[in-house]
Design a protein around this ligand. Structure first.
Ligand code: AMP
Length: 189
């Protein structure tokens, strides 16, 4: 197992950059949970939970769900016993307010994030990949909105971690294996 002694990573990157795929592979290799707020929300929507009902319209329209729905969820999730060896966050933080919340939460929980990893992919590849994926929110109109939301609200999070000297950038426009190898190299001591 890779670096079992605490790996705490934040995956950044546009919708379709491959965060989910790579986070799944790396989390498995490290024996730590892959925490995807998008997956949690889709599950809640499928199960018609109160969270799902509140989140549904935002997700379907490609808007961010309000921070008030996400922050408590992250606070709880990062205190599960399965997080004692680390975690990979995928899809959170999605704006600077969420990033600031996370920084304060990690101090409170006495945890430290190692890196934020930005998976960089060209716009053409993003759109091609999203259309091929065919999720409910992967139609042309919603994709366009999600990329816009990404540029305006999420891209500033890259700068937030860059200023903290915690940012690593990986070229995500390559075959899956090559990206995984780079990611593993990033977390080697
Ligand atoms: P994802 O699977 O990460 O692409 O997320 C799918 C959708 O879930 C997004 O388009 C948002 O509507 C919502 N979502 C996921 N994570 C967050 C978050 N951290 N803050 C707000 N909305 C989120």
């Amino acid at each position: 197992m890779l670096m079992a002694n605490g790996v705490r990573l934040i995956f950044l990157g546009a919708p379709g950059a491959g965060k989910g795929t790579q986070a799944t592979i790396l989390a498995e290799a490290c024996g730590i949970p892959h925490i995807s707020t998008g997956d949690i929300l889709r599950q809640a929507i499928a199960n018609h939970t109160p969270l799902g009902q509140k989140a549904q319209d935002y997700v379907n329209q490609g808007e961010l769900v309000p921070d008030s729905l996400i922050l408590d969820l992250i606070r709880e999730r990062l205190q599960h016993t399965d997080t004692s060896n680390g975690w990979i966050l995928d899809g959170f933080p999605r704006n600077v307010n969420q990033a600031e919340f996370l920084s304060a939460l990690l101090i409170e929980l006495n945890q430290d994030c190692d890196f934020a990893i930005n998976l960089e992919v060209s716009d053409d590849s993003l759109i091609e990949r999203l259309l091929a994926r065919g999720r409910k929110d992967d139609n042309r109109e919603t994709i366009h909105r999600r990329l816009e939301v990404y540029r305006h609200q999420t891209a500033p999070v890259i700068d937030y971690y860059n200023k903290q000297h915690r940012l690593k950038t990986v070229d995500g426009d390559r075959p899956m294996n090559a990206i995984t190898e780079d990611l593993k190299a990033c977390i080697q001591p």
